[in-house]
Write a protein that binds this ligand. Structure first.
Ligand code: AMP
Ligand code: ZN
Ligand code: FE
Ligand code: FE
Length: 277
């Protein structure tokens, strides 16, 4: 079973709608598709509906929560969360509000730097979805201030850029707890660059972490072997995905890449007490 457990849609900063993403997955022969938008579950009902037209595709409802750590951030994935959980919804809404406020402050900084971009346009690009820096980057690109989305991050809105603004986030421990409370399975996303990973995993496991994303866009054999060892030492489920953001997107990989072993999907379903056939 071809598996991709990490993708984004227009519900956050992906380019394809949930329907288009499921259509693309079906075309590419992907059988297990995890939808993991940043700080929102709004795309899930639409994806589940679309999957009815494609019996070969099983949609795994998920979320990716951006968390604060010293000098950076890391991301916690949550699979099989209850997309109707009131507590999850309230907390994610708080995070989305902080994304909006931060987006408008970044636009103000860009304007102060002499750039002619408007917050209204950024909101239009983001639509009803979770506002992210890629939407600001797109507005900069349209206005001709940068040559690509990457250029926007490199020159202005990357972490050390002159128009970067921090936003309110939650701690990784709280994100893990939130996912568990919403009936989900928390997994540490793209962990290759996390400092002191073993120690960190030990802390997160006490809060309920069950998995590690081992197969990921750009991870070579050495990194994967290392992470497989880490997952095994801590008895964590192994998962993987592309972090696909969209055709022509500049973050994440191509849909269905890298190859994620079927055992990842089977392990996830088994832990969730679900069958996969
Ligand atoms: P945010 O969640 O608003 O902080 O924005 C982070 C998102 O921006 C990531 O999930 C990626 O989709 C995208 N991103 C981060 N760094 C880059 C980059 N250098 N070039 C293009 N997109 C990026
Ligand atoms: Zn993103
Ligand atoms: Fe991420
Ligand atoms: Fe992601």
């Amino acid at each position: 079973m071809k598996t991709d457990l990490h993708t984004h849609t227009t519900a956050s900063d992906g380019k394809l709608t949930p329907e288009q993403l499921v259509d693309s997955a079906a075309r590419l022969g992907i059988n297990v598709l995890g939808i993991t938008d940043h700080d929102t579950v709004a795309g899930i009902p639409l994806a589940l509906e679309a999957a009815k037209r494609h019996p070969s595709v099983i949609v795994v409802p998920g979320v990716e929560i951006n968390c604060d750590v010293t000098d950076g951030e890391l991301h916690i994935l949550g699979y099989f969360i209850d997309a109707h959980s009131a507590q999850l919804d309230a907390e994610l809404e708080r995070l989305r509000n902080s994304r909006r406020e931060r987006g408008s402050r970044m636009v103000a900084k860009l304007q102060a730097l002499g750039m002619d971009i408007k917050w209204e346009r950024v909101q239009e690009i983001a639509g009803s979805g979770s506002v992210g820096r890629p939407h600001v980057a797109q507005a900069l690109l349209e206005a001709g201030h940068v040559s690509s989305l990457r250029d926007a991050f490199d020159r202005y809105i990357g972490r050390n850029g002159p128009a970067y603004v921090e936003r309110e986030k939650i701690t990784p421990i709280d994100a893990v707890r939130l996912i568990v409370k919403a009936g989900g399975l928390p997994v540490l996303a793209h962990p290759a660059d996390v400092p002191d990973l073993d120690n960190f995993i030990r802390q997160l496991k006490t809060a309920g972490l069950v998995g590690l994303e081992v197969y990921y866009d750009g991870y070579g054999t050495d990194v994967i072997c290392d992470l497989l060892g880490t997952a095994s030492r801590h008895k964590l489920l192994v998962t993987g995905g592309s972090d696909f953001h969209g055709i022509g997107g500049e973050a994440g990989g191509e849909l269905g890449q890298p190859n994620v072993p079927e055992s990842c999907a089977r392990g996830l379903f088994a832990l969730a007490g679900k069958t996969l056939d």
